[in-house]
Design a protein around this ligand. Sequence first.
Ligand code: MLT
Length: 260
Amino acid sequence: MTAVVHQHGPTGPNSAVPLVLLHGFPLDARMWDDVIVELPAVPVLAVDLPGFGAAVDSAEPEGATLESFADAVAFALAQEQVRGAVIAGLSMGGYVAMALAERHPELFAGIALLDTKASADGVEARAARLAVARSALEEAGAGAVAPMVETLLGPSSTTGRPEVLEQVRTWLSQAPPAGIAAAQRAMASRPDRLDALALDVPALVLRGAEDGLATVQDHEQMAAALKVEVTTVPAVGHLSAVEDPASVAAALADLHQRAM
Ligand code: MLT
């Protein structure tokens, strides 16, 4: 199981502490493109998690766990000679970041958790994930995640940002079925990971004000563990980094500066 790293921005000695970006489900590293454009001075490593983007062939629909995703990221970072990084994850990327914090805390010079939660799924959410996994593999392919456009974007984007709506629809239509299944099963089996946030590093916990999937309380819980306040981006939903890349880039740049 492998993750693929895409390098952006400055390289060389100043890139000793890169910003690592972990994408949400069922997207890939492209979801960060408009954020990266706003960060020309920051060394960025945008990751394709196993089963997505350039790592599409690496899906393991039968055995994937978030732990195996985290280990794949740690291995990819080791290949890039990264010893410490500011690691940012949005939604599923946040779950991977928390599994990474539990298993490889020494990698963290800073952490950003965006539109995500530390808690495990309840029984219903777990069953829904397994049904989507089955549907993606056996019936609908990428069609299994098409309805997600309604929940990923906030109402301000759905009605006021037609290009974002179209972009997210396109990405969902391209989601690889084996990647969908592997990630849904991995997320379904994840434990509560609040304890993994006992990290003593600069942190950012960011939520889109219209996020319908991860609540204010979810974010306050993570922020309390990391000893920061929640940063709220107005007029965006669960895909804050896609809906308002400039605001998310500014918050990540500030975190990266604090971690240097
Ligand atoms: C995501 O955006 O990565 C997903 O909403 C995560 C999830 O399904 O919990």
